[in-house]
Write a protein that binds this ligand. Structure first.
Ligand code: SF4
Length: 374
């Protein structure tokens, strides 16, 4: 295998979950202070910043994270909105309302229905849309994506996608049709728990998913989004593996940009309780830790989080936010009662969120100017 064809699996296999966990939980105040004062930070520093020892340094971390974010990104928050195209899915995922074993009516939007949804989204002011689907290869496949992208390209300056893992040639085709960003969350880097939560369907292949960002990078996609579903496993250990993955990808696909999301398990129809709950304070610590560790990475927060939390986190390191979201296909205009993926927590409109951002002295931006300039 040539270096160009190598992928993250090799590096991943050099790390043992239990050893990493032990190392994070044994970090001391000295380790945290060294991480806070360092000029450049290593993965060991990241471990210190997400450790229990760092929880008493949250104020210091928040101030540093705010400073670094404003230095790199200014006082700007990018706005985006999800457009759910389909809730059909052949996978069983224990944490998702679209799971195959959830016996509810399924729906995939037709071109006419998509344009009805687009009309509402455009009225809200959006130029950045995130397309979301389940994994149903008989109806939601590469040809469907290509048709949808041709429809949407004239209406949006930025199109992101969160769909099933694809081959790198397919990613290249999506790029040619205007896709800027692909999000693919590993859900958890704990292999045994991954198997428990993905017992059926293509998603049960841990390694194929683990190597997906490599295929996205190989296709030259402008930006890729990583993350885990917080609540499936120990969030500190899972976050270390995300940071390890990010560091590897940044080095190898240096022309791409990266974003991290922090989805916490939310209630849904027939739902799963988090194995390990994460408090708001711990989520704030994690967001600050990412920013202090990596000044370039974009950090995104969705409507899964409460209005109070989102209001308070704006200044601490976040660079993009969704608002006015619906997590069901047709939710904006066509069929408001179809099956949703998870319950929204912050139900305020896009205008209200933009106002909240402006009230905090930040600018809500509906177009990624940096992207357009590059
Ligand atoms: S998480 Fe994705 S793959 Fe799993 S059931 Fe939900 S939509 Fe399908």
């Amino acid at each position: 295998m040539t270096p160009k064809d190598s992928n993250f699996t090799t590096l991943f296999n050099q790390h043992n979950w239990q050893d990493v966990k032990k190392s994070i939980y044994s970090k001391t105040n000295n380790d945290v202070e060294r991480a806070l004062s360092a000029n450049t930070r290593t993965l060991e520093d990241f471990k210190a910043l997400i450790s229990p020892a760092a929880s008493t340094y949250l104020e210091q971390m928040a101030a540093l994270s705010q400073h670094l974010t404003q230095k790199r990104f200014g006082k700007v928050i990018q706005m985006y909105v999800p457009l759910y195209l389909s809730n059909e899915c052949n996978n069983i995922c224990t944490y998702c309302g679209f799971s195959y074993d959830n016996k509810v009516r399924r729906k995939t939007l037709s071109p006419i229905e998509i344009m009805q949804e687009v009309a509402v989204i455009k009225k809200m002011g959006y130029n950045h849309v995130l397309l979301v689907t389940g994994e149903a290869n008989q109806s939601v496949h590469i040809d469907y994506f290509k048709k949808v992208l041709k429809l949407l390209q004239p209406h949006f300056s930025q199109i992101s996608m969160e769909v099933q893992p694809l081959e790198w040639k397919e990613y290249s085709e999506l790029k040619a049709l205007g896709v800027n960003t692909i999000l693919v969350y590993q859900e958890t880097y704990h292999q045994e728990d991954y198997k428990k939560h993905h017992p059926k369907g293509k998603k049960s292949n841990f390694q194929y998913r683990l190597e997906t960002p490599d295929r996205i990078g190989k296709a030259g996609i402008h930006k890729m989004g990583l993350g885990v579903l917080i609540g499936l496993e120990d969030w500190r250990t899972d976050s270390f593996f995300t940071a390890l993955h990010l560091t590897y990808l940044e080095k190898k696909y240096w022309q791409s940009k990266f974003s991290i999301s922090f989805p916490r398990l939310r209630p849904f129809s027939g739902g799963l309780e988090p194995k390990i709950a994460m408090s708001d304070r711990e989520l704030a610590q994690l967001i600050c830790a990412y920013r202090i560790f990596n000044e370039e990475v974009e950090l995104s927060i969705s409507t899964r989080e409460s209005d109070i939390f989102r209001d308070n986190i704006i200044k601490l390191g976040i660079t993009s936010i969704s608002a006015g979201s619906k997590t069901n296909p047709g939710g904006y205009a066509v069929e408001s009662q179809s099956l949703e993926q998870f319950e929204i927590s912050d139900e305020r409109s896009a205008t209200e969120i933009a106002q909240m951002i402006n009230n905090q002295g930040y600018e809500a931006v509906w177009k990624d100017w940096f992207l357009l300039a590059n």
